[in-house]
Design a protein around this ligand. Structure first.
Ligand SMILES: *Cc1c(COP(=O)(O)O)cnc(C)c1O
Length: 340
């Protein structure tokens, strides 16, 4: 039975589906995967996730193709990144195969919530791993809980692939230079909500962070990596405090195939004046094109393109990646797993 949902107007919001998948770590080992119909969890009030932020999450998507098949994009990369986050904040690591199996079951069990091809919508998959065991002294938990839940989300660009504005505010840092910025952990998000809300209240889609040490180089946006294009070159920051985006990693491969040069290096603030195109990239939107960056401290604007449409390369990269995800173009890189 297909769900009676207005797929095109879904937006990106929490929504219940039928099942989620769970796995517990106790006595030094991971248990079996369990399927649950409950949207709540029962954990100890002294769980380390609640007090000390022992929490990591992932975000990925599944897409229904024209052929009706469900494709999930690069989930092995998400599994490995979650392991890396676990190493970063001393949590028990879930094996990659177990992660992939949990994602597969979560999609399969909620198949009726996978949006139809022509809606432009997709199934968002949210894995999370938390310290569930009690501690009151600051030390890692001895028990962990891994959960995967899913929900249908609407097309990111309802009114077309439209560029937005970012803002630079130097008084805020997302992560410390050698802190947890490179891990996908909840703490980084709590730390960036204040300025994120301020940015949105002033009409910006996100904060663009400069490096926390010197404020000389571009780091990334709140929830998305940064790239700029100039002189037929795709340029994205090298930094120890940004999250390694799987979308960015994929766009780099596609950019090279399209004949662009690729540079991953420090990107000085001054270079913002030189780019032809700028984009924020991540799972949610693939590419969110940027038409302007406002430097709030210097009261200065950097503007890109014709202010109405995304640039040529951003559009090409976006279309190419989406075509691979929906199965419209062949998956020559082995990025897709079909859920059967
Ligand atoms: C998740 C995330 C991204 C985007 O990563 P993708 O794998 O492309 O979805 C970028 N920056 C931060 C801080 C993130 O948490």
């Amino acid at each position: 039975m297909m769900e009676n949902i207005d797929w095109k107007n879904l937006g990106f919001g929490y929504r219940d589906t039928d099942y989620n998948v769970r796995c517990s770590y106790k006595n030094g080992e991971w248990g079996e995967l369990e399927v649950s119909t409950s949207n709540t969890i029962n954990i100890h009030m002294s769980a380390t996730a609640l007090h000390y932020g022992q929490e990591a999450f992932e975000g990925l998507k599944a897409f229904r193709g024209k052929d009706g098949k469900i494709r999930v994009f690069r989930m092995d990369e998400n599994a490995k990144r979650m392991q890396n986050s676990c190493d970063g904040i001393l949590m028990a690591k879930l094996p990659v195969e177990k992660f992939e199996e949990a994602v597969r079951i979560a999609i399969k069990k909620n198949e009726r919530f996978v949006p139809p091809y022509d809606s432009g919508a997709s199934l968002y998959i949210r894995p999370l791993l938390i310290g569930s065991g009690p501690q009151i002294g600051v030390s890692p938990a001895e028990e962990y809980l891994f959960i995967v839940f899913v929900m249908p989300v609407g097309p990111y660009f309802k009114e077309g692939f439209k560029p937005t504005n970012l803002v630079i505010m130097r008084q805020f840092d997302r992560a410390a230079p050698q802190g947890t910025g490179k891990y996908k952990v909840g703490g980084n998000y709590a730390a960036s909500m204040y300025e994120g809300k301020k940015a949105k209240a002033n009409g910006f889609s996100a904060v663009l962070y400069l490096d926390s040490r010197e404020k000389k180089y571009i780091d990334e946006c709140g929830p998305a990596n940064f790239f700029g294009i100039k002189n037929n070159t795709y340029i994205t920051p090298e930094s120890e405090s940004i999250l390694p985006s799987i979308t960015n990693k994929s766009l780099i491969v596609l950019a090279e195939e399209m004949g662009l040069k690729v540079e991953r290096r420090k990107v000085p603030y001054e270079e913002l004046a030189e780019f032809d195109e700028i984009g924020a990239c991540g799972t949610a939107a693939v590419i969110s094109p940027v038409k302007g960056i406002y430097d709030n401290d210097k009261d200065k604007w950097f503007k890109y393109g014709n202010q109405e449409e995304a640039g040529e390369w951003s559009t090409k990269l976006y279309s190419k990646l989406r075509a691979i995800q929906y199965g419209d173009e062949p998956d020559t890189h082995n990025w897709i797993k079909i859920i059967e």
